[in-house]
Design a binder for this molecule. Sequence first.
Ligand SMILES: NC(=O)c1ccc[n+]([C@@H]2O[C@H](COP(=O)([O-])OP(=O)(O)OC[C@H]3O[C@@H](n4cnc5c(N)ncnc54)[C@H](OP(=O)(O)O)[C@@H]3O)[C@@H](O)[C@H]2O)c1
Length: 267
Amino acid sequence: MTISGKTEIPAVDLGHGVAMPMVGFGTWQLHGRSAYEAVRHALRAGYRHIDTATIYRNEPEVGRALRDSGLDRNDVFVTTKLPPGNAGRARATISQSLTALGTDHVDLWLVHWAPRGRASPQLWQEFLALRDEGLTRAVGVSNYSVRQIDELIAVSEGGRGGGRGPAVNQIPWSPSRYDPALLAAHAERGVAVEGYSPLKGTRLRDPVLAEIAAKHQVTPAQVVLRWHLELGIIIIPKSARPERIESNLDLFGFTLTAEEIARINRL
Ligand SMILES: NC(=O)c1ccc[n+]([C@@H]2O[C@H](COP(=O)([O-])OP(=O)(O)OC[C@H]3O[C@@H](n4cnc5c(N)ncnc54)[C@H](OP(=O)(O)O)[C@@H]3O)[C@@H](O)[C@H]2O)c1
């Protein structure tokens, strides 16, 4: 499955006809004019997936950039997140996000962290109800453990595979966090892994990355991002700089060999 725009971006099937582009644009710590400009540039560069959150306080700028881009709303995948402190106000929170974004639905809505460290099945039922009403096309979680995901699957009608567990878990990921057992646990449960802070969490000057980058005539950052894609992990790199926004999406002109992937796994 691919998303066609300027760049053919592979997509993950979240079920219910929802395709999530494997490369998106992260917007944490982007505010005001720079958030607007960065998202505009990302959409011009070919990104068709934007990651925001209520707590990033940039939903109005993301929404304005989206509208000013002239792109069809249905051609851009938009994620936002509920702050755990708003767990008792799910409907009001998504309504505020939709108003700020200037859209009648988002594509993915995440519980940003487990409220007070608990899986919160009741909140999950509200997420599912709001999805069924069409305010979001898919629902998921962020920073959840596999045990917490299992709690949600256990209370969801249909259980595992019934399409009512989390579609996505957005968690920190980078070579130093490589954990094949964690990936396998998500795959077994049908939960897509979306990795955050791929670059922040990596020592980009590592000689192994430099050597692999030189061989493919790309940057170490591109090697790290490509490595995520090779593992099937959705990425949402953030940058405020136009040239980095472009290069962070330019990941489809090379592939990593099994040996290169194994070397990066060991970093
Ligand atoms: N769910 C959660 O709890 C959670 C937590 C953290 C992040 N996130 C999401 O994940 C997104 C990505 O994570 P992140 O923003 O923490 O980290 P990131 O995308 O790994 O790294 C961003 C940092 O790397 C720099 N950078 C970007 N491209 C680069 C390149 N090609 N070469 C060298 N440096 C580069 C950026 O600086 P410049 O801007 O100066 O280029 C910025 O300082 C966030 O924006 C947010 O949407 C979610």
